[in-house]
Write a protein that binds this ligand. Sequence first.
Ligand code: NAD
Length: 697
Amino acid sequence: MSNESVQSETHSKTARLVEISNQNCIAIVMIDNPPVNALSAQLRAELFEALTTLADDEDVLGIVIACSGRTFVAGGDIGEFGTPKQLEPPLLPDLCTLVEAIRKPIVAAIHGTALGGGLELALAASFRIVHTDAKLGLPEVKLGFIPGSGGTVRLPRLVGPEKALEMILSGSPISAEDALASGLAELVSETNLLADSVTFLRTFLDTKAGDLVPLRERDDRFAATRADPSRFEALAKGLIAKVRGLSAPIACVEAVRNAFVLSFDEALREERKIFLQLVSGPESRSLRHLFFAERQSNRTRKDIRARTVKRIGVIGAGTMGGGIAMSFANAGFSVTILEMSDEALSRGLGIIERNYAISVSRGSLSAEARAERLARLSPTTDYGALAECDLIIEAAFEAMDVKRQIFSQLGASTKPGTILATNTSYLDVNEIAEASGRPQDVVGLHFFSPANIMKLLEVVRGNKTSPDVIATALDVARRIGKVPVVVGVCHGFVGNRMLTARAMENEALLLEGASPGQVDKAFTDFGWPMGPFQMGDLAGLDIGWRNRKAQGKTALIADALCEAGRFGQKTGRGWYLYKDGSRDPQPDPEVDALVEGAARRQGITRRAIPSDEIVERTLFPMINEGARILAEGIAGRASDIDLVWVYGYGFPAGKGGPMFWAAQQKVIDIPTRLDHWFKNTGREIFRPTRELETLLR
Ligand code: NAD
């Protein structure tokens, strides 16, 4: 949903939002509700009144509904969400019913974005004429509900059930061209939308006024699907598989299916029922929380101007550097990639080329787009080639001496004002900044792997980072489609620091009686895409092993696995067994024996561990760490932490992020839980912070 489909709080509530004018028997209903003509209670009431009057006006033969300002109705008024205003009559379904019932041709003249309720209003009109730049869509699913004002019933009648399903389930808008081709629009207007709409209506009235068939009586687009619904069902299955764990997409399928299985009125009634159920449910509350969280996280102060960023430099063409370079090239930036040697450069570029080739072979990228993106990349081994860059992101090895050397070189060889960023996962950004000699220009930009896919960007603010550098980082993040979250400097920032806390109990749970499979299942049942042991096998257990050795730390079982050469998927064995190169994890009796032996030596009596204990013993320590992070000011808002976890680590979006989830768990009494676990383990699992207690109160 558009970030802008919210009414300006300052707009006067008394000003009229709808004006009617008459052009020779054609009435123009002009909506003017800046900034985005959202369907507030007042606008619904005024539209209802205007249309009721016009329906009875004998001098009016046809009606155009249009909007002034930069867009057609861009959606419901999110500012009124959950307030009594939202429920003030007339409700949108009634407004749509009225539009549809008027026995005069009505054109919705659409420019800008017709989203959600805006498109539903347009669907109730007889015709839709769209400006070339218009975008049309039903994004409700992204907020955890379905279109509730006829969208799922009317859209399939115009574009067919399959196309409607794709639009409603993806929530993504389509172009004017696509709207015309699919039957959603009757005409694309290149220049004067209003004049074209009036001309269209006149021609219709002059030539075929008798042909006005209300949409409710049209079901010609259903014939093929009714005769053989298998294509629809297969499409539905495929689309749902992509959005595992959420109920709104499943409800969208049901609603679109109802459109061609039930009568028009029955389908409308069902749609409304499902809509009301979902809109007040926990999934929608969570997704709306995330929507607002995102709007807040990239908000900048109005008095601070972002610096201009056109050319990007990336240092290091490894796993992260390659993905970061792709993110920028995909968004149209020129990117210079610097490596230590020609071999390292060609290895890195080879991987980028292969990634793009896979996208082309899957049909998600055209060959031309791939060529354009590759052409934006300039490889180099010479710091001089970075002279014109506006933002340089370092993604070299994770070692302070390497980072210091690079930043000292960058400080000396780049133009003043160039922003110097580090992608470090754990190192002290302040120390790296000092090495550059101009710490005000230095910021952490912590991307997540794979960097061209994952949406999270932790923007790490150093002690001396200039406010306009932060503003620029947020601006750039938006331009490359990332969700930025500003965080302070500490070991692991927000995400990795909490991840460490989440992992503290993993091995203990095994020693006390759980299996890797059981722990992972508890995670996936909760909604995580993967459990920690599967994740470890995928990433490679040797990485953590090396890190532990460097820090003088140990992990009883994980170290033993690595000593036995079990590094995970890449060696065919880790926490699980992967037979014949398969990625399908199989339980391994050798691992069970290893765990049992270790437990015996430690004198632990193994027991059956319930799944909710696994969930709570892993989640609450990380949420406790999140509370500490908030208290320290490392994160500015609990909702920022939620964004980090949903967009960087796969926390189930339908649960709104760890802090939001915790705040809903008021029934969980932490001291009682800790006592219970103490009795079982003889250990204090974690020490709750005051902030956690407040969160759960
Ligand atoms: P990598 O080993 O895959 O790539 C590092 C690249 O940097 C190599 O190609 C190397 O040749 C190059 N390099 C090293 N020193 C250099 C120098 N002085 N000048 C130019 N190039 C140099 O490592 P990676 O996984 O891409 O990690 C890079 C950075 O990103 C690290 O700081 C890491 O902590 C961080 N990071 C990694 C991940 C991850 O999941 N891999 C996630 C977030 C952040």
